[in-house]
Design a protein around this ligand. Sequence first.
Ligand SMILES: [Zn+2]
Length: 270
Amino acid sequence: MPELPEVETVRRQLHAALQGQTIQAVDLYLTGREVPAGPLFVAGVVGKTVESIDRRAKLLIWRFKGGSGFIGHLKMTGKFLLVPLDYTPAKHDRLKFITKSSAVIWNDVRKFGYVKAFANTTELESLLTSYGPEPLISSAEQLAACLLTPKTRLLKAALLDQTVIAGIGNIYADEACFLSGLRPTRRLSTLTAAQRLTIANKIKNVLSASLALNGTTSNNYLDVNGERGGFVNFLQVYGRAGEPCRTCSTPIKKITLAGRGTHYCPQCQK
Ligand SMILES: [Zn+2]
């Protein structure tokens, strides 16, 4: 699933392509994952001018002049792709947003993604209330304070919880734990203040480093130009089960934790 660096990459690219552009038409190919459904969603978008494309957690926020807009969640396999006006629809395309010079396709193979309209800022705010702090604009101290309770909670489970810290998913949770020398199975109560601060800093570092390379493509993720994220070559543990640790050569271990495949080095992480 795209996480903060991947969604932020898409946001930057969409913003650059769409800011100030008016959506002249919308083609709806596959209904069922837009709110409100079908023609009502389309009617709320056609004729609107894009003020900005923003992001909160893993959500993209399309803001229109006048205060309305919609949020989009890519979930497992959702993609926004920038295409030419003469583009021929492909399998799994759901929506096409057409501007004067180009078009944006929303494609989703697995169909877990969604778009949801909002009429004004108040409605938008009500869709965003449950998210924890944004890691790239919060201080390490602020993030560290989020990792105190509940005391018996496993570190990995806390990192995946969007109400604790927003935007982290399976890849960067595993990577941040490795970079901190902490096992994902550690309970929050066992972390010292220094360790909490370390992992907070490593979260910020790994997200920034990945963002600089347009994120990680480990399976499905592509940016709006159909390009892969370059950070995959720098992953230390995620997706490397059985391969030698880049630091100590011990095989990377994979377990299931909080329902998710979890990777760590049994030697480097305590
Ligand atoms: Zn190691």
